[in-house]
Design a protein around this ligand. Structure first.
Ligand code: DGL
Length: 265
């Protein structure tokens, strides 16, 4: 089926998921939506975030999307279950795929979670991990509010980033961890630095790959794949400042991003 797939986030973070989707589904057209007028979601209330995400979903529906990926843990934690029954296309999130990936390798009782305040406070990662491991494993979360502004400004390495990572990692100092889930899609852009700071003692989980695989599976099951029909160019939409998005996205994806549209509600 030759229709686009929507990919949404508060800003540039969801591009870490888009990157993986493009690798395994090169025939699909993506409409990325970065809600840059409202980033960071981590400092908003759950009810505000629900309103923002529903507006984006309504817009994506007008674009006739055949599926939507919440490339955003915050939305996956607090909007996904409410949104699914309201739309007639499949919607998938990033939390379950990340937990699945962590459970494949972790031996310690708990996995660490770096995420924003709203996601950590929601407790959704812990709840799902408990459910998916029959109560064997759980999560210890640490809110990292400084990471999103760094990534949004394109700062992904250097002393400031290192200081910030070490500050947040200190929360796990006295805890036996072998796995750390990046529970915000902005953080994979800091993955190299986070891995360096963990000195290979902890395996970092970026849920993006597993999310892309789940999307591919869902397209297949619902017979929604684009089977060789002409693929249209990807489109990037933002709710403010397209120029800033264009330059940061180009830096993060390592290629020139065109086609950035301003959509306001
Ligand atoms: N990248 C999003 C997430 O995965 C949102 C981060 C934010 O805006 O606080 O949670």
């Amino acid at each position: 089926m030759n229709a686009p797939i929507g990919v949404l986030d508060s800003g540039v973070g969801g591009l870490s998921v888009l990157k993986e989707i493009k690798k395994i589904l090169p025939n699909e057209q993506l409409i990325y939506f970065g809600d840059t007028a409202n980033v960071p979601y981590g400092s908003k209330s759950p009810s505000q975030i629900r309103l923002f995400v529903f507006e984006i979903l309504k817009y994506l529906k007008t674009q006739k999307v055949k599926a939507v990926v919440f490339a955003c843990n915050t939305s996956s934690a607090i909007v996904l279950d409410k949104a699914k029954p309201c739309f007639d296309f499949p919607i998938i999130g990033v939390i379950k795929p990340g937990i699945r990936e962590a459970l494949k390798i972790m031996k310690a009782e708990k996995a660490g979670l770096f995420a924003n305040n709203v996601t950590v406070e929601s407790g959704v990662h812990d709840k799902l991990m408990q459910e998916m491991s029959n109560g064997k494993h759980g999560i210890i979360g640490k809110a990292c509010p400084d990471f999103v502004p760094l990534v949004e400004s394109g700062l992904i390495e250097g002393p400031e980033v290192e200081r910030c990572i070490n500050k947040y990692l200190a929360a796990f100092d006295n805890i036996e961890l072998d796995t750390l889930i990046l529970g915000c899609t902005h953080y994979p852009f800091l993955e190299k630095e986070i891995q360096k700071a963990c000195k290979n003692k902890i395996k970092i989980i970026n849920p993006a790959k597993e999310t892309a695989k789940e999307l591919a599976q869902i397209l297949k099951e619902n017979n929604l794949e684009n089977k060789g029909e002409d693929k249209k160019e990807d489109i990037y939409c933002v709710s403010s400042n397209p120029e800033k998005f264009k330059s940061t996205a180009s830096l993060l994806l390592n290629k020139e991003i065109e086609n950035v549209k301003l959509i306001t509600f």
